[in-house]
Design a protein around this ligand. Structure first.
Ligand SMILES: CC(C)(COP(=O)(O)OP(=O)(O)OC[C@H]1O[C@@H](n2cnc3c(N)ncnc32)[C@H](O)[C@@H]1OP(=O)(O)O)[C@@H](O)C(=O)NCCC(=O)NCCS
Length: 367
C-alpha cells in the first residue's frame, strides 16, 4: 500500500487512535481526561506506562527540572549555528552534540537510555528558547526550576513570566503534541532504535522527519497561511484559489482521522479562550471562517469534507502567544520528544529489527 496506509508495523501500548470516531488515548486514558494533568505527569505516563504516585511524580519532576540547564559546550554550539537556520536544524545539531558530551555517551543500557530520555525531554525547550534569543541578539534566559515545563519555556523565550492563560495553553500544547502512535517521525525513531542505535540517534531521526511540511512543518504552513490571508474578508478567495490551483490547505486533512481530529477540538477551545483574553486579536474569527469555508467548498467539489488537524488550531494559538512562525515546528518537537522516547524504550524492551521489503518494478530507461 502506497505510503504504508493502514499497514500495522509494530505493536504498542503507548497510544490508541480510533480515526473513525476520533478518539486518542495515551496508555488507555482519553486525551480529554489528561488536560488537567501537568506535562511532566504525562511524560511519566508515556515513558513509564502509568500515572505516577505523588512521590514518584515529585521525584520525576525534580529530575526533569534539574536537567533543564544546558551544558556550556552545547550553548556554544548553538551560538555557532547559522542565525538564518531553521530552528529544527539547530535542534538537530544541538542534540547531536549533546549526545557526545553526555556522561552516558557509550552506555546504551536501559538505565542509561532512561536517563538520556529525561535529559532530552528536559533540555529541548532550553535549546529552542536559547537559539531564539541568540538570533534576536539577546542572551539566553536561565530556566526557572519553579515553573511548569510549559510556563518555563515561554519564560525562557520572552524573559517574562507568562500569565495563567498563556501558561495553561503552552502546557496543554505540549500534552496534545506529545504522542500520536506510529506517525512518520515516531516511526523513524523506532526504526533507528530497532537497529540498536542509541536513543540520541533515534531522536535525531525523529527531529529530521517531523520537520517536513506534510508532518510537523504543517504548523509553520498554517501560520504562514493565516498571515497571507490576513483578514476575515479574504478567507473565501483564499480557499477558492487553493481549490482552483489544486493547492493543499495547510493544517487540514489527516491520514488516520476520517472525522474531526480530537486534538484540534481542544486546541480550538484554547484558541477561543485566548481570543477572549486578547480581544484586539482576531485570528480565532479568521480560523473559524476558514474552517467553515473549507468544509463547505470541499463537500461541494469533492463530496467529502476535510477537517482541521492538530496543526491548524495549534497555529492559531501560537498567533495569540506571539510565537514567530519559524519557531513553530521546533515547539511541536518539545512535546513530541516525550512520545519518541517512550517509543524508543518500548522498542528496546522487545526489539526486532524493523526491515520491510520493497517490491521491485521493471522499468526500461531510454538511453
Ligand atoms: C496530512 C496529509 C499529508 C495526509 O495525506 P494522505 O493521507 O496521503 O491523503 P491524500 O494525500 O491521499 O489525500 C486524500 C484526499 O484529500 C485531499 N486532501 C487531503 N488533505 C488536503 C488538504 N490539506 N487540502 C486540500 N485537499 C486535501 C487530497 O487532495 C485527496 O483528494 P482526492 O482523493 O480527491 O485526490 C494531507 O492531508 C495533507 O497534505 N495535509 C496538509 C498538510 C498537513 O496539515 N499535515 C499535518 C498532518 S497532522
Amino acid at each position: 500500500m502506497k505510503g504504508l496506509e493502514d499497514v500495522v508495523a509494530v505493536e504498542t501500548n503507548i497510544a490508541y487512535i480510533d480515526g473513525i470516531t476520533g478518539i486518542l488515548a495515551y496508555r488507555g486514558i482519553n486525551i480529554n481526561d489528561l488536560m488537567d494533568n501537568s506535562f511532566e505527569e504525562v511524560c511519566y505516563l508515556l515513558v513509564k506506562g502509568q500515572i505516577p504516585s505523588g512521590d514518584e511524580l515529585e521525584e520525576y519532576k525534580r529530575s526533569l527540572r534539574e536537567a533543564r540547564p544546558l551544558y556550556d559546550e552545547v550553548l556554544e554550539v548553538i551560538r555557532a549555528c547559522n542565525k538564518e537556520a531553521d530552528a529544527m536544524d539547530v535542534l538537530r545539531t544541538a542534540v547531536s552534540y549533546m549526545a557526545q558530551v553526555d556522561e552516558d555517551y557509550t552506555d546504551n543500557s536501559m538505565e542509561a537510555s532512561n536517563r538520556k530520555a529525561i535529559k532530552l525531554i528536559a533540555k529541548f525547550p532550553t535549546i529552542v528558547a536559547a537559539y531564539f534569543r541568540i538570533v534576536n541578539g539577546e542572551e539566553p534566559v536561565q530556566p526557572d526550576l519553579n515553573l511548569s515545563h510549559g510556563a518555563n519555556f515561554l519564560y525562557m523565550l520572552t524573559g517574562k513570566k507568562p500569565n495563567s492563560i498563556e501558561s495553561e495553553v503552552m502546557e496543554k500544547d505540549l500534552i496534545l503534541s506529545a504522542e500520536h502512535g506510529l506517525n512518520a517521525s515516531t516511526f523513524a525513531s523506532r526504526i533507528a532504535a530497532s537497529t540498536h542505535s542509541d536513543i540520541y540517534s533515534a531522536i535525531i531521526s525523529g527531529i529530521c522527519t517531523l520537520k517536513g511540511p506534510l508532518h510537523g512543518g504543517a504548523r509553520l504552513g498554517a501560520m504562514e497561511m493565516l498571515d497571507s490571508i490576513g483578514s476575515l474578508d479574504r478567507v473565501e478567495k483564499y480557499v477558492n484559489d487553493c481549490i482552483s490551483n489544486k493547492k493543499r490547505v495547510a493544517g487540514f486533512g489527516h491520514r488516520v482521522y476520517k472525522t474531526y481530529d480530537p486534538r484540534a477540538k481542544i486546541y480550538r477551545n484554547l484558541a477561543e479562550k485566548l481570543d477572549e483574553d486578547k480581544p484586539d486579536i482576531t485570528w480565532y474569527e479568521v480560523a473559524k471562517e476558514l474552517e467553515t469555508v473549507v468544509e463547505r467548498e470541499y463537500v461541494n467539489k469533492h463530496d467529502k469534507p476535510i477537517y482541521p488537524n492538530i496543526d491548524f488550531y495549534a497555529a492559531v494559538t501560537y498567533k495569540y502567544l506571539d510565537i514567530p512562525p519559524k519557531m513553530s515546528t521546533s515547539i511541536f518537537a518539545l512535546g513530541r520528544v516525550s512520545g519518541w522516547t517512550a517509543h524508543c524504550i518500548e522498542q528496546y524492551s522487545d526489539n526486532r529489527l524493523i526491515r520491510p521489503r520493497a517490491k521491485f518494478i521493471w522499468k526500461i530507461f531510454d538511453k
